[in-house]
Design a protein. Sequence first.
Length: 163
Amino acid sequence: MSVLISIVVPVYNEEKNISILYRKIKAAFAKMPGKDFEVIFVDDGSTDASLSEIKRLGRKDKRVKEIAFTRNFGQTFAWDAGIRLSKGRYIVTIDADLQNDPADIKLLYDKLLKGYDVVSGWRVKRIDSLSKKFFSSYANALRRLLIKEEIHDSGCSLKIYKR
């Protein structure tokens, strides 16, 4: 199977979200006929049943791949491991926390085809604590000031990259 898009999902104690996210990913790709995909779940040392849920999905669907860390190393290491395993021409990163809609992958993909190397999502209706929102806004403003970054939400995990 030739994979066009690899979706890399860091997972840390998200057992209830994994199946929901995968159903949403499959639904998103049902609207993108002919676009082969794989989903690489990277369990980042979860202490709940996240890994069991990933394995269950993998037994049902060969497009599901798993990587399991023995302890929590963090999102960046999880993305790195998933990207290294990925086979797709394009790589999508998305968190397992359901804050980003997999239906938006098509929007990012379509934009990428217009010549961009990376396209970033934007958490407009963000579900986080006030302190997280504050520090994220502060970091975004600081980046805009110092390096003239024009991205609305650099911290949004939903992104698509050319390999």
